[in-house]
Design a protein around this ligand. Sequence first.
Ligand code: NDP
Length: 328
Amino acid sequence: MFKGLILQKNDDGTTHASFQDIEASRLPAGDVEIQIAYSTLNYKDALAITGKGPVVRHWPMVPGIDLAGIVLNSSDASFEPGTAVLVNGHGMGEMHWGGLAEKARVPAAWLTKLPQALSNRDAMAIGTAGYTAMLSVLALHRQGIHPDSGPILVTGANGGVGSFAIALLARRGYHVVASTGRTDKANRLQLLGAKEIIDRQSLGEKGKPLQKELWAGAIDSVGSHTLANVCAQMRYGGVVTACGLAQGLDFQATVAPFILRGVALIGIDSVYAPKALRDEAWQCLAKETDPAMLSTISAEIPLNQTIEAAQDLLAGKITGRVLVKVGA
Ligand code: NDP
């Protein structure tokens, strides 16, 4: 038996979340069984746990889109028992039981060996948010946006992805401008490395197709009008990465920034990112993550507080990342 958070669908379509003792025989098929040490609570997990978004596609479901732990047993020779591993995405917490439980079983192809510099706790303090932020930073770099290109805007700045994006960009020497609705937390954003703070209201309403050219690059986790306005404010040849929908799934923009200013819009997907890109991102995170920054960004909770924390996350009451300690 192991403890875990189980989501069940009620007859009226709502979601029931409860902590249960689960038979190990109920674990889904996979090559590798993992003793989970830490998981995290992401926006997607909060939608799944509260039932406020159609995240779960098979019931019952253990939520948790990421996990870090130790291999207990494996039918794949590349993962011996005792190996420290992490998993992000691949439909965990949506179609395959995820990380908010003491055990998981997954296909070997989903696993990343933990870089030596990172503990299980570090890996999940970074979690999917930090990994997605790094995928975004790597995308800007690949598109030729370097620290001397000009200012980089980060939206959703006080969120998990935004906080990491600020810290990672600042460490690489970029001039980072943070857009937030919580300007009272400006000090926190400056500590992470933001040089300027703007109020997200200036981006949140429908705007003109082309606006004053401000940014060389942008990392957006907000979507909707915010993303459209960010595109409209890019300098000639600027690059925007889009990974999220905290404001909305819609994107009511014109092609003007793309055809008149050569702006590039790059989609970021952490769930099915190819293995080489995952490994590159985690190796960079191991090198570039400052332990002091991790404690600024992440707050730890035990597994049995995740339902309450999910509600707080969607209510915008949480700053930064929620690290979930699963093991004893
Ligand atoms: P968080 O909830 O931690 O942060 C989201 C932030 O967005 C908030 O902190 C807030 O920042 C801002 N925000 C919230 N609501 C609004 C609004 N109505 N208008 C404008 N800004 C708003 O989430 P994460 O950082 O973990 O994830 C951000 C997004 O990225 C989510 O949509 C998530 O699903 C997505 N995501 C996508 C991934 C992928 O693979 N593509 C991977 C990981 C996340 P502030 O208070 O500073 O204004």
